[in-house]
Write a protein that binds this ligand. Sequence first.
Ligand SMILES: [Zn+2]
Length: 206
Amino acid sequence: MTTTLNARQEAFAAAYVRSMNATQAAIEAGYSANGASSKGWDLLRNVKVQARIEELQTEIMARNDVEADRLIRHLYLIATADASDLVQLHIDPCPRCWPDLDARDPARAEPDPECMTCRGRGQPRVAYTPVDQMSPSAKALFRGVRHNPKTGSMEVLMHDRLKAADMLMRHLGLYRDQDEAPRADPLRDLIADICRRGSTAPLAKD
Ligand SMILES: [Zn+2]
């Protein structure tokens, strides 16, 4: 229920919530620079303009809340992500492990402990999760790929999980003194619980 403002008053209100400077806002709204200062103060005292400014500020705060929620969720996904959702290390038998077995034989899945070549250590193989198969937390953790054309090596880059956890803890006030009574906050309790257990909990889908 916006009370009607004229175009200049509306422009003043919009400019004022951006700069919080009445003189500047009056000039931006098209009032003459001469006397913009007193015009700005007059407009600020106008109840209709005041109501509109409050309305615009409420809208901005609501938007900021949404942004903050999004950021918290993103940090939470990074902090609780499992690196093995992005890159997996497998140990395959070496070519000498099972000379008598067919490559498709399930018994060939593990290295031969008696193998004289690898001594049962097998050979490592790295597997990458395709981006379209990543979980939301793996996607949040994923920062990109660094490819070295000279060596042909590929490095999966990840965001810093500890830094994300630290930002989250700070934002949620988890570093406050113990004797200060904390506000009830289910998300904070969940994160504190995960940090205590040192494990990653499966995330509910959106
Ligand atoms: Zn072997």
